[in-house]
Design a binder for this molecule. Structure first.
Ligand SMILES: C[S@@+](CC[C@H](N)C(=O)[O-])C[C@H]1O[C@@H](n2cnc3c(N)ncnc32)[C@H](O)[C@@H]1O
Length: 239
């Protein structure tokens, strides 16, 4: 990795790591690194921004290349996501990062914004609503990407809805190939997959089943069993 990108990542993660959210450092690095080969002035589209943890990582990478991030999030109400107060935190965090001018916020549902969208994008990050139908719709944003562009999917192998969507739409796709993952953040690219690429998706299925089993055990308050049987430490779902 070049000096510029290492420095950029570390300064982004210094701030992003203090923001509540669902992104490990390895995953943030994968988001950042996969934005390094984009054309100049790239447009990175993020679905699901929450308080801006991942947005700041993406916007740091975009800013270095004269580009920007389109951040789509309706800031849904409820205990998990926090609603309007989360939007205020998002705005404060991107301001603190000095990246407000690099980020265009679309405060809407991805499924509502997509049909009218007519601009090209260079990078797609999907981390919005995790049900099968929304994930299936979110994958359609890939129609705006050029050949070779990255598609990143969070919780790709830890959420029932997301994984079923990937198995239904990406596995048989002739235009999306699987590259690698950091935890459950998977990197795909626009391009014809080989049989080996497809087989590598199938080989992740046991790991997905393990993560679902861990989630069930945590719901049943059997944290000790999840630790003993699956080596999963802590109260949080695997992601
Ligand atoms: C798991 S969080 C995103 C985490 C964020 N990427 C981070 O790094 O912390 C999911 C977010 O998706 C948003 N969301 C829910 N439904 C959505 C939809 N249909 N379109 C876009 N965002 C959605 C929620 O408001 C929430 O902020």
């Amino acid at each position: 990795m070049s000096e510029r990108s290492t420095t950029g990542f570390e300064s982004a993660w210094d701030l992003a790591s203090t923001i509540p959210g669902w992104l490990t450092e390895d995953q943030a690095r994968l988001l950042f690194d996969s934005a390094q080969d984009l054309p100049d002035a790239p447009v990175l589209l993020e679905i699901g921004s929450h308080q801006g943890k991942s947005t700041i990582v993406l916007a740091t990478a975009a800013h270095a290349r004269g580009g920007r991030v389109v951040a789509i999030d309706p800031f849904v109400e409820g205990r998990l996501f926090g609603g309007a107060s989360t939007r205020s935190k998002f705005e404060r965090n991107v301001e603190t990062a000095g990246l407000a001018g690099t980020i265009e916020l679309v405060a809407d549902y991805s499924t509502r914004a997509r049909p009218a969208w007519d601009r090209p994008i260079d990078y797609l990050y999907i981390d919005g609503k995790h049900d099968y139908w929304t994930l299936s719709d979110d994958l359609k944003w890939a129609a705006h990407l050029p050949e070779g562009a990255p598609i990143l999917v969070h919780d790709c192998y830890s959420s029932v809805g997301v994984t079923l969507g990937v198995l239904a739409h990406v596995l048989p796709s002739r235009n999306i190939s699987y590259e690698r993952r950091a935890g459950s953040l998977a990197l795909f690219r626009v391009g014809r997959p080989s049989a080996r690429d497809r087989a590598r998706i199938v080989r992740e299925v046991p790991w997905w089943l393990r993560n679902v089993a861990v989630k069930v055990l945590l719901r049943l308050r059997l944290r000790a069993v999840a630790a003993r049987v699956f080596g999963h430490e802590g109260p949080y779902d695997p992601f």
